[in-house]
Design a protein around this ligand. Structure first.
Ligand code: GLA
Length: 389
């Protein structure tokens, strides 16, 4: 068991006295609805059975001692619950510290320190939300340890707040929500404008969800992410002069075509087009799934990728290669990039009998064209955060 190894590491580093809790929060994959969550649109993500394990113990003083088994070279990183602020040297600990800070901002000041060991089996920087997983996990631990009165939905909002305000990435609510609210065997159809949501069972008879990881690190991704967001804001501000809306997600495709002339810049017009069409595609995709029309769901996934490639321009040669090679394989129902883009992963629905061929062929073509290997994971949909022990 993974958690037992994490617990053993904790005891080795910090001793075994006192009350030690063992926790888990998942990673997530988004099936469809990309770059819609900060545009008041719909998303359709699910939590995974891979994620982040955390072992934690409350301290009597103000000290924080954090250790990650994914970054062992960094050793134990120490700080304090007083004067929490983002620091470059703090590296990954800026995520849990950001969440502690965000609790304080919401009137729940963390007064005591803690010892924490983490281990994530989500590939780092893969676009499966390892950072949101750490954020929700930290919130879940704080709630358990200090008795804060918060729901899982609150944990999602606090996680997003910390990412926006402490770590400077202007992300939407999708990742933290998918992780905090995850349900085994289901994806979450979330309206990001209202936070109304519905669980939809993912019944893929004779097919699997395969994640292909490009191993291209996101690098400049965060700044490009913020850039896309402001391009959408510009488009929205100009559209508002022509039509009474509060977000791009309010528009149907027809309305967009009618009013798009109000957007002056051609690039911003394409960004907005993606946001509007992708939102409508997500609604249609969930409808298709309800009608057991997995083939149509797959076609909408493919169309989503094309839009992210041509109009939103967040794919890049690595993700395009993975998806375009996947499309060539018989038995692939749908394939698209998932997450922010600029590297990271793709998600594909692949018939059982085609999974081995998929991994072999897409893997070989990718290695050939890109010069390094991709990794493949056949994943399962899991639950939200849990206390294991
Ligand atoms: C990242 C962000 C999310 C969402 C996706 C794109 O994962 O954290 O909020 O915007 O990109 O859909």
């Amino acid at each position: 068991m993974v958690w037992e190894e994490v617990l053993a590491k904790f005891k080795e580093l910090f001793g075994d006295e006192g009350e030690i809790g063992v926790y888990f929060a998942p990673g997530r994959v988004n099936m469809i609805g990309e770059h819609t969550d900060y545009n008041g649109g719909h998303v359709f993500p699910c939590a995974l059975t891979i994620g982040t394990y955390g072992v934690a113990r409350k301290r009597e003083d103000k000290k924080l001692r954090f250790y990650s088994m994914n970054f062992e070279n960094l050793g134990v990183l120490e700080s304090s619950v007083e004067g929490l602020k983002p620091e470059k040297e703090a590296d990954w600990t800026n995520y849990p510290k950001g969440v502690m800070w965000a609790f304080g901002e919401k009137g729940m000041k963390v007064e005591q320190g803690m010892d924490l060991v983490l281990f994530g089996n989500i590939p780092n920087g893969s676009g499966l939300s390892s950072s949101a997983s750490v954020e929700v996990l930290t919130g879940f631990i704080l709630k358990d340890m200090f008795g804060f009165d918060v729901t899982n939905q609150d944990l999602a909002l606090i996680g997003q707040y910390s990412e926006n305000k402490f770590n400077g990435v202007n992300c939407g609510i999708m990742d933290q929500f998918a992780i905090a609210m995850g349900k085994c065997g289901h994806a979450i159809f979330l309206d990001t404008a209202t936070l109304k949501y519905e669980y939809a069972p993912i019944k893929l008879e004779n097919a699997k969800i395969v994640i292909s990881c490009s191993n291209k690190k996101r690098g400049l991704g965060d700044s490009k992410y913020n850039e896309r967001r402001s391009e959408c804001e510009t488009a929205l501000a100009q559209l508002k002069e022509a039509v009474n809306i509060s977000a791009l997600g309010d528009l149907t495709e027809e309305q967009f075509e009618q009013y798009k002339g109000a957007i002056k810049d051609e690039v911003c017009r394409r960004r907005a087009k993606h946001a509007v069409y992708e939102n409508q595609r997500t609604i249609k995709a969930v409808e298709a799934l309800k009608n057991n029309d997995v083939a149509l769901f797959g076609e909408l996934m493919n169309a989503s990728h094309v839009s992210l490639r041509d109009d939103y321009e967040v794919t890049g040669i690595e993700l395009d290669t993975l998806v375009e090679e996947a499309w060539k394989i018989e038995g692939v129902i749908g394939s698209r990039m998932t997450g922010a883009g600029f590297g990271g992963c793709t998600v594909s629905i692949v018939k059982d009998e085609a999974v081995d061929t998929f991994i072999e062929k897409v893997g070989a073509a990718y290695q050939d064209k890109i010069g390094y290997a991709a990794d493949f994971y056949v994943v399962e949909i899991g639950d939200g955060p849990v206390k294991i022990k």
